[in-house]
Design a protein around this ligand. Structure first.
Ligand SMILES: [Zn+2]
Length: 108
């Protein structure tokens, strides 16, 4: 059996990557990321024939789960930035501001 690699102070297994178990703060931020619309969300890695959308994943402390009931796809890692709530909020604000400014420019 492989030894469990040490995690660094940011709970990262390697720079930029965090793995389950996630802390409750990370779970909350990861799910905020998923619905923020700031970046493309993590989606299921299994084919779901007949669906016209890619099912998104929901984070839990032991990893990611597909939103489609009965699908057993799981994933145990995330990009560290996806768990950085402040970064997501700041980026969302920048996007909203630039959308507002674009609307103002169009009205001239
Ligand atoms: Zn799935």
């Amino acid at each position: 059996m492989e030894p469990t690699p040490e995690k660094n102070i940011n709970n990262e297994i390697q720079p930029g990557i965090i793995t389950a178990p996630f802390t409750s703060e990370q779970v909350e931020a990861l799910n905020f990321y998923q619905q923020s619309g700031v970046w493309h969300p993590f989606t299921c890695g299994y084919p779901h024939k007949g669906l016209d959308f890619s099912p998104t994943l929901t984070a839990a402390d032991d990893g990611w789960y597909c939103e489609i009931s009965g699908c057993n796809y799981t994933q145990n890692w995330a990009h560290s930035a996806m768990a950085d709530r402040k970064l997501i909020e700041d980026t969302k604000r920048v996007f909203e501001e630039s959308a507002k400014n674009a609307k103002k420019l169009k009205s001239f």
